[in-house]
Every structure is written in C-alpha cells, then in structure tokens.
Write a protein that binds this ligand. Sequence first.
Ligand SMILES: [Zn+2]
Ligand SMILES: [Zn+2]
Length: 339
Amino acid sequence: MQDEIHNWTGGAFVHSHNRIEDELEVQKSQGDVDESVADLLYRYTDGSMTLGAISIYLENIFGKTIPLTDTQHPSYILHPEYDDLPDSAKVEFYNPQAIDATIDLLSKCMLERMRVVRRAKQLSHVLTGAEVDILSPKGRLSLTDEALSQLDYVTCSFHSSLWKATGNSDPSKAVCLDTYNHALTNPNVDTLSHPTINIPLDVKMSMTPQDWNELFQLMSEKQVAFEVNLDSTNLAFNNGRNLDRALLLNALNHGVPIVIGFDFHYPHDWGCYPSPRLVTKDKAEKLFHEHLENGSIDRLLARVLGNIYALKQLGLQPTDILNNGQGQFVNWLRKRNQL
Ligand SMILES: [Zn+2]
Ligand SMILES: [Zn+2]
C-alpha cells in the first residue's frame, strides 16, 4: 500500500496544517524570534502535529523523508480561539477600517513563522507556505503580495466564513468563478485548494465542468495547480454527477497541473485514534506505533488508496500528478518562483 501511495503522492505531502511549538520553544529561548510577534505565533493552533512530529510520522510510514508544504491559515493569530469565533466577531478584524492593518499583521506573523521554519535545520525538507483566504470578488488575499512572494508554496481557498466576515454575501456562480479568476491571476498563487467545497451548495449543484473552461485556460497558461483535496473530496463516489470527478478530467484536458492535497489537520479526521490535541516531535514515534498496532494506519492508507483507485479508474497515472514520487513538484515550484 505504501509503495502505491508513494508513487502518487510521495514527491511532497501537500497541504497540511501543522504547529511549530518544537521550534518556537528553542528559538525563543535563544532570542531568535521577533519579540513583537513571538507570542502570537503560538496561536497557529489549527492541526495537532508539529512539523517535526508529522515528519517523523510520515518517515515511519514510507521509510524515507517526505518533503512537505507548511500551509497554515494566516488568520488564526488574530485571537486565541479564532476558529470558534462567530462570523460577527470576525467582522471586527475585516471591516473596511481594520482590514489593511489586519492583513499587515497576518503577513508579519506568517513571515516570522517562515523564518522559524527556515532556521530549523531538521526541517530542511519543509517548504514554507500558507493557505490564504480569498476575501473579495476582486481576489484580495489575506496576506500581502510582498509576503506571498517570499513563501515557497501558496495555496488559496474560498472559505465562506471569512468571505462573509469581510462583508460579502453568498457568491453566485458567475461571481464565484470570476473571483477565482482574479485570485489566480496573482503570480504568487501556486494552487487553488478544495475548489468546490466551501462555495454555496446551490452554486455547486448548478455548475457544469464546462463552466470552468475559461478559468482552466488561465490556470493552464499560468501553470497554476488544481487541487484534489483528499480531506473533503470523495472521488470514488460516482452517480454520474460527481462534479469533482468531471472537473478533474476537464482540468487535465486543459493542461492544468494537478496536485493531490491532504489538507491534514488531525489524525482523527483520518480515522486514527488516539488523536491528542498537541503532538510534539518527541511523541510522534510512539503515536505512530500505537496507530500501527490498532489498525489506524491501515484505515488512513485505505482512505488515500480509495481515491487513488478512483483516479486510476478515471484514466490518470502517477505522472499526471505534480506531487508524484519523482520530484516533479519541487521542479514545478522552482520554475514558478523564478517567474
Ligand atoms: Zn481550506
Ligand atoms: Zn486547509
């Protein structure tokens, strides 16, 4: 199972939400972290495994070091319980008077996070990045272009709660596709993440794969990737109306690069128990062995394989996937970052 999964995704573990407590503790005590934001960096609490922990966990599964992209949400630093805030409280940070200062702060913190990761010698296989939010129909993003241009890998997403916090109403189909078009025109954006998951259900239901032709043309020209999001997409489900399956084939026909993103947050999302709130690198090896013995690892791998079989059924091969096991991913990024 591991070899098959490595063939399709071993080039990079793309899209994971990780923590940096291991590195922060050490670097803070050495005085390396910018003191004005050091405490805020502890608020990146989406996900439970530190970058060191997930690296050890993956190394145990595949028997080798797997490159990974660090794509945390910028907005978590705004409040200690950011994820649990109602939209009405998030508005406070994103109203027209506050939004510029908010984006500046998010950018300052994300760049410091990037420096923390880059300073850690044992994390040299980690590509720094972020999952930025699309905040307006004109494609405004939650980090400044200056910050985005410094990160190795930027994926952008539509998340309805932030979209609404910024004062927008539910987008129509035309607004949705137009917004994606604006966001992906930003040369710093490498990938569109979970393209159909957070858009309103009625918009999704009314979409045909052909509605995306213009957007796919742009993505193909700019070599922006389309993400198959394993956390939220079930490609195996096929009642003849699985939009994600049809979109994937249309993207491929247009020559759009395809990336498999895990959107990994917590082991329990993947059927793996126990799933502690925080897993630091010293706990990772033990957790892996518990998961191996109680069948959790088999469940995790089976879920990934289910989607891989669906990709095969659709006629795809590992070489159609950017982050397959042959180093294509890093080459693609290198080319993009030179643009
Ligand atoms: Zn997302
Ligand atoms: Zn995500």
